[in-house]
Design a protein around this ligand. Structure first.
Ligand code: XAN
Length: 433
């Protein structure tokens, strides 16, 4: 790509969050992008002397927002989207999920599914995805290749599980360590600055302490991110207590393995105790809120206001296919509804609002993944990962029957918009939709 193609100026309204979670609404600004990064931001710019060829002026119905960050999505589970919600977690895994995941020894199938996942998530505005990939290293590399080819920023997690199963859907400890090392090596060969490996023990019921400790050590040696699940379902929590009676809590099991770091994201966390939250806060470990999955699998209502009050970093996840949609916009709405349901059940409970869920889907997710110095909002020096939203597309569902302010149109998009309103998607300054 030529130098001028890597230089672009966007002029128009933009909306983003700051570290405090406040919404910043700019009616007219200029964002200058050079080599994928934001090089300058001017509020109420004067365009005199600026070369037209690189300038995109947004129309009255358009505005820019930072790209969405899906902190927890199972790429391999996409074919099960929308089915299997008659069961709860542990039965759901056995009945629907593991049988599907075993099919990824078929590399053609893997490529087909992953092309769809990456395409659909980009279309829905996901500029960074934190993927649970496959138990199989080859399929996991294919996911990395597809994300790199389509220009999505992604963490790729080859799943580790060494607890013996009668269907052979596990690795021995030795295979598991060999496979994860080879996976990390092969993923690096893709040579994409957008793609990173993430250490992915499935959960404490799929891995023994020996494997978890080895994975914790590997993450430390190679300074890698870590992802897993925690306290999603009451039967799961009981089973973990049963399997690891020597540890005081579920979080303590991970801590003993060295898996709780400032680059660890734990999906769900519905049933964490106050002591566990203190531990996570001390380790600067994030919880990823997966409201759609928590509802579909009837896992429970995660109280994110409680997590916030304990200063826990919170990101948002679609958790496909526990969750029924690969759109982070849908996850934002599920988060709003779960919080409203909690407020109906509890006295003096303040539900989160559209600004809070937008923060979780952008800068909050970036902080959860310890990459808020890189992405999440519009700041000079950060990567330009952004969406152009248009609330007046001809085939869209948003009504524009009366004039509304910029923030009202933003609200409409959060509550009632969809991928048709996301007309352009940029990742590291490159247009990918
Ligand atoms: N725990 C899990 N929870 C979930 O929502 N999806 C999964 O695939 C899984 N595995 C362990």
């Amino acid at each position: 790509m030529s130098q001028s193609a890597r230089e672009k100026i966007f002029v128009g309204p933009f909306i983003h969050s700051n570290e405090q979670g406040e919404l910043i609404v700019v009616d007219r600004g200029m964002i200058h992008v050079k080599n994928g990064k934001i090089s300058n931001i001017v509020i109420n710019p004067n365009l005199d002397g600026i070369k037209n060829e690189n300038v995109s002026v947004l129309s009255n119905s358009q505005f820019l927002v930072p790209g969405f960050i899906d902190c927890h999505i199972h790429a391999v589970q996409l074919p099960n989207l929308g089915v299997g919600y008659d069961k709860q977690l542990l039965e759901w895994l056995e009945t629907y999920t593991f049988p599907l995941e075993k099919k990824y020894t078929d590399e053609k199938f893997a490529e087909q599914v992953f092309n769809t996942v990456v395409q659909q998530t980009i279309k829905s505005g996901t500029t960074t995805a934190c993927y649970f990939a496959s138990l199989y290293p080859k399929a996991s590399i294919i996911l990395g290749q597809v994300a790199a080819n389509k220009g999505q920023r992604a963490f790729i997690g080859k799943i580790s599980m060494n607890v013996k199963r009668s269907d052979n859907y596990y690795e021995t400890t030795e295979q598991s360590i060999e496979n994860i090392n080879k996976f990390i090596e092969d993923l690096a060969k893709l040579n994409s600055p957008l793609i990173k490996p993430i250490i992915t023990p499935r959960f404490a019921l799929s891995c023994d302490m020996t494997l978890m400790k080895k994975l914790g050590k590997l993450a430390k040696e190679k300074n890698l991110h870590i992802q897993t699940h925690v306290s999603e379902n009451q039967d799961e929590v009981k089973a973990v207590k049963n399997n690891f009676p020597e540890y005081p809590s579920y979080a303590a099991v991970y801590d003993a393995a060295g898996l709780l770091t400032n680059k660890t994201v734990l999906a769900h966390g519905i049933y964490l105790t106050d002591n566990e939250l203190v531990l996570l806060n001390e380790r600067d470990t994030a919880i990823i809120h997966c409201p759609s999955s928590n509802t579909c699998l009837k896992s429970g209502l995660c109280d994110i206001q409680r997590l916030k009050s304990k200063q826990i970093k919170i990101g948002l996840g679609t958790d496909v296919s526990g969750g029924q949609s690969c759109s982070i916009l849908d996850a934002m709405r599920s988060a709003l509804q779960v919080s409203i349901h909690l407020s109906l059940m509890k006295d003096n409970y303040k539900a989160v609002n559209y600004k809070d869920v937008f923060h979780m889907a952008t800068l909050g997710g970036a902080a959860a993944l310890a990459m808020d110095n890189q992405v999440g909002n519009f700041e000079v020096g950060k990567e330009f990962d952004a969406l152009i939203v248009d609330t007046d597309v001809s085939d869209g569902l948003l009504n524009n029957l009366q004039s509304s302010s910029l923030e009202e149109r933003f609200q409409k998009f959060i509550y009632s918009g969809d991928d048709r309103n996301i007309i352009e998607v940029y990742i590291s300054g490159c247009k990918v939709k």
